[in-house]
Write a protein that binds this ligand. Structure first.
Ligand SMILES: NC(=O)c1ccc[n+]([C@@H]2O[C@H](COP(=O)([O-])OP(=O)(O)OC[C@H]3O[C@@H](n4cnc5c(N)ncnc54)[C@H](OP(=O)(O)O)[C@@H]3O)[C@@H](O)[C@H]2O)c1
Length: 333
C-alpha cells in the first residue's frame, strides 16, 4: 500500500521555499517489532525545520532529498501495535512524525496523549512543543514571580502567545506583546488576553513601548531579533531576566550579526538566558499536568493556521518561514 510523503526536492542553502518541497508517493512502512504504526492526523510546521532543511539546526543532519520525510512533530492514532505499551486506536504524540501519512516508530519515540476535551491541534500547539517551550521559558528560565511585568516578542506566535498566557497564570501583573501588524495584535489582545500589544510595523512604535511600560519590565522573552532584545534590555528594571528563545528574523539572513553591548547587562544587573526545549522533553508529563487544565478552561489558547492535506502544505510552510502565518501552523490529514 502507498502513502504520501513530503520531501526536499533538492538540497537548499538559503531560506527554503514551497518550490523546494515535493510531495511524493512512497510505500506505507510496516510496524516494527516493539514499535507502532501511526496514522497521522496533524503535523506541526515550525521555524526550526527551515534551518534543519539547511543542515543548520543543532548539528542535526538535513533530510536527504527525495528520500527522507521533512521533519515535524505529529499527533495521530496507533493503526497497528507490536508494543506492550500501546493499543490500536491510542492517541499519541511524537517528535519524529515527519511529513507523511503513516510513521513506523519504536515505542520509545511515542508518547500517549489524553484527548478528553481536546483536539489534535492542542497537542501540537498549547500542549505541544511550543507550549512546552513557553512553560520552560516562563516557569523555569525566567522564574516568573507575582507582580512581574513581562514583555514578549512574536507574541502572536505559538511560543509567544502561550508564554504570555502562562506568565499570567504564574502571577505576572502585566503582560505586553510585540507583533507585526494589526491582525496579529488583535489576536494577542483579544484571544490571548495580553494587557497590551505593540505593532512594530506602525509609526512611533518605540515610543508606544515606552508609554505602554512606563516603569520598565522584569522579564523579556525574545523570539525574533537581537535588536529587539537590546531594546527590551534597555528598558529593563534592575535584576531583570531575559530569555533568548529564538531569532526567527535572523535565521536566514546571512549578513553580520548584531551583538548585545555587555555594558548594558552590567548596568541593568540583568540575566540573559538561552533556552533549548530539548532539555525539557522528559518533563512533558509535568508540563501537561500544569497546562491541560488551563487549555480545557479556555485560559490557554493558540490560534490555528492550517491546511487540509499535503497539496497546500508547501505554500503554508513558505508563509510560516517568512512569518506571514497567524497562529500555530499545521497540516491536518
Ligand atoms: N529555543 C527553543 O528550544 C525553541 C523552541 C521552539 C521555538 N523556538 C523559536 O521561538 C520562536 C517562535 O516560535 P513559534 O513557533 O512561536 O514561531 P512564530 O512566532 O509563529 O514565528 C516566528 C515569528 O517571528 C516573526 N518574524 C519577524 N521577522 C521574521 C522573519 N524575517 N522571518 C520569519 N519570522 C519573522 C514573525 O512574527 P511577527 O510578524 O509578529 O514579527 C513570525 O510569526 C522562533 O524563533 C523559534 O525558532 C525556539
Amino acid at each position: 500500500m502507498m502513502m504520501q510523503q513530503g520531501v526536499l526536492a533538492h538540497a537548499v542553502d538559503r531560506r527554503p521555499a514551497a518550490s523546494d518541497i515535493a510531495i511524493i508517493e512512497t510505500p506505507r512502512p510496516v510496524c516494527p517489532e516493539d514499535g507502532v504504526l501511526i496514522r497521522l492526523a496533524a503535523i506541526s510546521l515550525d521555524p526550526y525545520v527551515a534551518m534543519r532543511l539547511r543542515g543548520r539546526h543543532m548539528g542535526e543532519p538535513a533530510p536527504r532529498p527525495m528520500l527522507d520525510a521533512i521533519p515535524g512533530h505529529g499527533v495521530g492514532q496507533v493503526a497497528q501495535s507490536r508494543s506492550a505499551h500501546f493499543r490500536e486506536g491510542d492517541w499519541v504524540h511524537t517528535t519524529e512524525a515527519g511529513w507523511r501519512d503513516f510513521a513506523a516508530l519504536p515505542d520509545s519515540a511515542v508518547r500517549k496523549i489524553d484527548m478528553t476535551g481536546l483536539d489534535p491541534a492542542d497537542h501540537l500547539g498549547a500542549l505541544g512543543m511550543p507550549g512546552l517551550t513557553a512553560w520552560a521559558a516562563m516557569r523555569h528560565r525566567a522564574d516568573i514571580r507575582a507582580g512581574d511585568i513581562v514583555l514578549i516578542d512574536a507574541a502572536a506566535g505559538a511560543v509567544g502567545g502561550a508564554a504570555g498566557q502562562i506568565a499570567r497564570a504564574l502571577g505576572a501583573a502585566y503582560v505586553a506583546g510585540i507583533a507585526g501588524g494589526a491582525q496579529k495584535c488583535a489576536l494577542v489582545q483579544e484571544t490571548y488576553r495580553f494587557d497590551a500589544c505593540i505593532d512594530y510595523r506602525s509609526e512611533g512604535w518605540q515610543e508606544a513601548l515606552q508609554t505602554t511600560l512606563p516603569d520598565g519590565l522584569d522579564v523579556h522573552l525574545e523570539n525574533v531579533s537581537t535588536a529587539i532584545l537590546q531594546l527590551a534590555l534597555s528598558r529593563m528594571r534592575p535584576y531583570g531576566r531575559a530569555v533568548l528563545c529564538g531569532l526567527a528574523g535572523e535565521y536566514h539572513a546571512d549578513g553580520p550579526r548584531h551583538g548585545i553591548p555587555p555594558g548594558l547587562l552590567i548596568a541593568k544587573r540583568a540575566s540573559l538566558m538561552g533556552l533549548v526545549v530539548y532539555d525539557y522533553y522528559d518533563r512533558w508529563a509535568e508540563f501537561t499536568q500544569f497546562a491541560a487544565p488551563l487549555v480545557r478552561a479556555g485560559m490557554l489558547k493558540i490560534a490555528e493556521d492550517s491546511v487540509a492535506g499535503w497539496v497546500d502544505a508547501p505554500a503554508l510552510f513558505e508563509r510560516m518561514v517568512e512569518g506571514r502565518h497567524v497562529g500555530k501552523a499545521m497540516v491536518r490529514l
